[in-house]
Design a protein around this ligand. Sequence first.
Ligand SMILES: [Zn+2]
Length: 165
Amino acid sequence: MTPDRCPFCGERRMLEEDGAWPSVWCARGVGGWMMALRPRDEQHLAQVRPALAAAVRKVLAAMAALEAPMVITDGRRTPADQQALYARGRTAPGRIVTYVDGVTVPGAHVQGRAVDCAFWVAGTVSWDARQPWAAYGACAEAVGLRWGGRWRTLVDLPHIEWPED
Ligand SMILES: [Zn+2]
């Protein structure tokens, strides 16, 4: 069953075959059709490596077509951002969320080759475990990305990254 409305703006949308992948298009484009991403998502994609951005567009299009639209919650980080995350559960309150310290290991986010996504449910971001994370991971892997849901030490369901080059 193919939804006929853009999950983000409500415009009627069409699905087109782009190779093996459906592309999600929305009528709110400038001078034509464009993919229905939020401006915030486009900002994230503009700051990461182009190859990653292209792959993430396919993942987001596929998830929207599965009626499980997602948004990007995090993209490129500065070394200081990464160090602040690393401090969590160590020198700062909270639980440990990363083993990447941003100093000895810069990390995929600092290198602009990772994004984190979450589901968009009723106009808000959801990290609920009942969301179809496995489908998200499968979509990411199908376009050549690595999925944090496979990490052994710290499962990171939202995280997808371009492989090390
Ligand atoms: Zn991440």
